[in-house]
Design a protein around this ligand. Structure first.
Ligand SMILES: Cc1cc2nc3c(=O)[nH]c(=O)nc-3n(C[C@H](O)[C@H](O)[C@H](O)COP(=O)(O)OP(=O)(O)OC[C@H]3O[C@@H](n4cnc5c(N)ncnc54)[C@H](O)[C@@H]3O)c2cc1C
Ligand code: SF4
Ligand code: SF4
Length: 424
């Protein structure tokens, strides 16, 4: 399963790098229009960051629904070759006629894995759970995330004690091969779509907000995992310091974004994400008092209705002002938030049980060929024939916009591939 190959056609294909919602969409749209597609994903599962969300704004539906349909479309489409734990190692040739060499790292578990979990019982080693932002730990052998596609466990060999083979003996299906090695495969491809997505801004760089030092300061992506039923707290949003339900919660908007010292641009989705997060909190604790500290609440276009609906809650207060500092009572780990209230024109200090930083979106474009143009912030741009970008690697955007963008990128890549084939 290290290679997780669904099919392989040796004709010239499109290469899609990144298996989040943008990459999955681009691959499906191109393949359903008749192209052969190689979809490579660095992690052991498809879905990217969207699959780690509890619910999607504005409809508040779970991401699993859309992904289940997409995974079925992938499985049923022989034109798509899916490779997980795979990265582009080199791209030789010229647009229209590339040779793409892909390195596929070992999963150590093959497709005989039934997800029975017997190996978990015997595995002695643990590691921080990266899917849950370190909020919990997993065994060295583990399911990469609750609804992983491909559906097979994976081994983090760096976490295994030397000489241990306990899981191999425990697996009744012969699904574990600790001797697996990385493999390389080369594909002829006509054009490349980069859908490498985003990562959250490193909140520990916002020293005045205390993340990493004050346990009850968490980030928006952590809150998504806490709210998820199959997440590290089984769907309970709690204070990390004592596991108690928070009665008062503050959201700090633009945590890093729109700040010359951090991310000079607007991350576009974090206002909507925080409004959505207040609905998670009120669904669990209807009486909790929630405050959003904002510079501007940005909910463009049709998404304005979502803001209007959420803001009617009497237990939600919107305060315009940039948070200057967060301090903690060391006994209780309660937090004191100091903010300049821009409308009242005065400094406020308020106490909260939990603070959520609405950290921004940083483009992830490492490991891509240099031909992909980038703007001054590192977001990919289009402009070089044969190289197309899609999704949050290109700009911060919500899932619906990402899907539209990826469909456009698939069309552009397809047109280029067809044109270059005609001129061969
Ligand atoms: C806190 C928060 C909440 C949000 N909530 C919502 C919401 O409710 N509704 C909504 O519509 N949107 C929401 N969003 C936005 C949503 O997360 C994005 O629109 C979506 O993740 C974009 O998908 P993507 O495929 O572009 O990127 P990603 O999800 O980041 O996927 C990129 C994929 O590429 C892979 N990859 C990266 N580099 C390489 C490489 N070199 N080789 C191979 N693979 C690689 C990654 O492993 C990853 O799987 C939210 C965002 C935030 C910050
Ligand atoms: S690797 Fe083997 S023991 Fe572990 S979950 Fe898969 S089938 Fe079960
Ligand atoms: S070899 Fe298997 S059982 Fe031993 S630590 Fe690694 S994953 Fe766990």
């Amino acid at each position: 399963m290290g290679s997780a190959v669904l099919s392989n056609r040796e004709e010239k294909s499109l290469l899609v790098i990144g298996g989040g919602i943008a990459g999955v969409t681009a691959a499906l749209e191109a393949a359903e229009a008749g192209a052969s597609v190689i979809l490579i994903e660095r992690s052991p599962f498809l879905g990217g960051r969207a699959i780690a969300l509890h619910l999607y704004f504005p409809k508040l539906c779970p991401p699993e629904c859309g992904f289940e349909i997409n995974f079925r479309r992938l499985k049923n489409n022989p034109r798509i070759t899916v490779l997980t734990q795979a990265e582009l190692e080199s791209l030789r040739g010229k647009p229209g006629d590339f040779q793409a060499t892909v390195r596929i790292d070992p999963r150590y578990v093959n497709d005989r894995c039934t997800l029975c979990g017997d190996c978990l019982q015997v595995c002695p080693a643990e590691r921080a759970d990266d899917f849950n932002f370190g909020l919990t730990r997993t065994k060295a052998i583990h399911p990469p995330q609750p609804m992983a596609f491909p559906a097979a466990f994976v081994v983090d060999r760096a976490a295994c004690p030397e000489g241990c083979t306990a899981c191999v003996a425990a697996c009744r299906y012969g699904a574990i091969d600790l001797g697996q090695a990385a493999e390389r495969r080369t594909f002829p491809v006509a054009a490349v779509i980069a859908a490498t997505g985003w990562e959250p801004y490193d909140a520990s760089r916002l020293v005045h907000l205390g993340y990493g030092k004050l346990p009850n300061v968490v980030t928006n992506v952590m809150l998504e995992r806490m709210a998820a039923t199959e997440g590290p707290t089984a769907g309970k949003i709690v204070r990390p310091s004592d596991g108690n339900a928070p009665k008062t919660v503050a959201f700090v908007q633009c945590a890093g974004s729109r700040d010359e010292n951090h991310l000079p641009y607007c991350s576009s989705v974090c206002c909507l994400a925080s409004l959505k997060h207040t609905t998670y909190i009120h669904a669990l604790y209807p009486e909790a008092e929630v405050t959003i500290f904002y510079i501007d609440i940005r909910t463009p276009g049709l998404l304005e209705d979502f803001r209007t609906k959420v803001a009617t809650n009497n237990h939600l207060k919107l305060v315009k002002g940039r948070v200057g500092k967060i301090e903690e009572d060391p006994e209780t780990h309660n937090l004191l938030v100091t903010v300049e209230d821009a409308l009242a024109g005065k400094k406020l200090t308020e106490a909260f049980d939990l603070v959520v930083l609405a950290t921004g979106i940083v483009p992830r474009s490492g490991g891509l060929p240099a031909e992909f143009p980038r703007d001054e912030f590192g977001f990919l741009t289009n402009g070089t024939p044969g190289f197309y970008a899609a999704g949050c690697a290109k700009r911060p955007e919500e899932v619906a916009a990402t899907v539209r963008d990826a469909t456009g990128a698939a069309l552009k890549a397809l047109q280029y591939a067809m044109r270059s084939a005609r001129h061969e």
